[in-house]
Design a protein around this ligand. Structure first.
Ligand SMILES: C[S@@+](CC[C@H](N)C(=O)[O-])C[C@H]1O[C@@H](n2cnc3c(N)ncnc32)[C@H](O)[C@@H]1O
Length: 201
């Protein structure tokens, strides 16, 4: 059997058979190799929303950056290449995504990316910048809990950028963030993908 029907890209331990891939992609004039595997978001192909995020978000300043929900690691690699002086954390709940992102990091010979399961990130670590194509499909309550947790770990002056398609609730997510005392600005909108910049007020 190739695929378990209970597998989601956000399963912590996908059980589907492995099918490792490697894709060469170019985004924001950055060339990168992207590892992939079955049971990991988009199986190593660059998601269109992720491309919109990488190409339209301002490069974060500060020394500690986070790719929240790293999947195959495309965002972490982009951050690490755009900011070679920064320490980039690539975090996911899916153990297979962690293994795939480690392979992506090796393929790109990067030394400034730390790859970790979400619960292994030091509790006192704060982030100057967070970039995420967040896992909308985990459901609204779980998504709010996830974003509430990580956005409250922004360092003073830090900001997050999130890409969410309008058909997947970008506008209601922005409203919820405002209700949680975050400031939200739509910095870009392409083919229905909204890029939201989020800061603490
Ligand atoms: C939409 S995918 C984006 C993957 C990758 N960043 C990209 O842009 O291709 C969202 C990712 O969030 C991860 N995720 C789901 N729940 C999570 C959680 N509680 N903590 C961290 N990551 C989570 C999923 O496993 C998935 O890899």
């Amino acid at each position: 059997m190739a695929m378990s029907t209970s597998d989601h890209y956000f399963s912590s331990q996908p059980t589907s058979e492995h099918d490792e891939t490697t894709h060469r992609i170019i985004v924001r004039k950055l060339e990168m190799l992207l590892a992939g595997d079955r049971g990991v978001f988009n199986k190593g192909e660059l998601d269109w929303g992720t491309r919109v995020l990488i190409e339209n978000a301002a490069v974060p300043s500060g020394g500690v950056l986070l790719d929240l929900g790293c999947g195959s690691g495309a965002i972490a690699v982009a951050l690490a290449k755009l900011r070679p002086d920064a320490e980039v954390w690539a975090v996911d709940v899916n153990e297979r995504a962690i293994a795939v992102t480690r392979r992506t990091v090796e393929l790109n010979a990067l030394t400034n990316v730390k790859v970790a399961l979400a619960h292994d990130v030091p509790a006192d670590l704060r982030f100057d910048g967070i970039w995420s194509n967040p896992p909308i499909r985990i459901g609204k309550d779980a998504l709010h809990e996830l974003l509430g947790h990580w956005l409250n770990r922004l360092a003073d002056g830090g900001s997050a950028v999130l890409v969410v398609h309008k058909n997947l609730g970008s506008d209601s997510l922005a409203q919820w963030l405002v209700s949680q005392s975050f400031a939200v600005v739509r910095v870009s909108s392409k083919q229905g993908y909204r890029v939201l910049r989020v800061t603490r007020t």
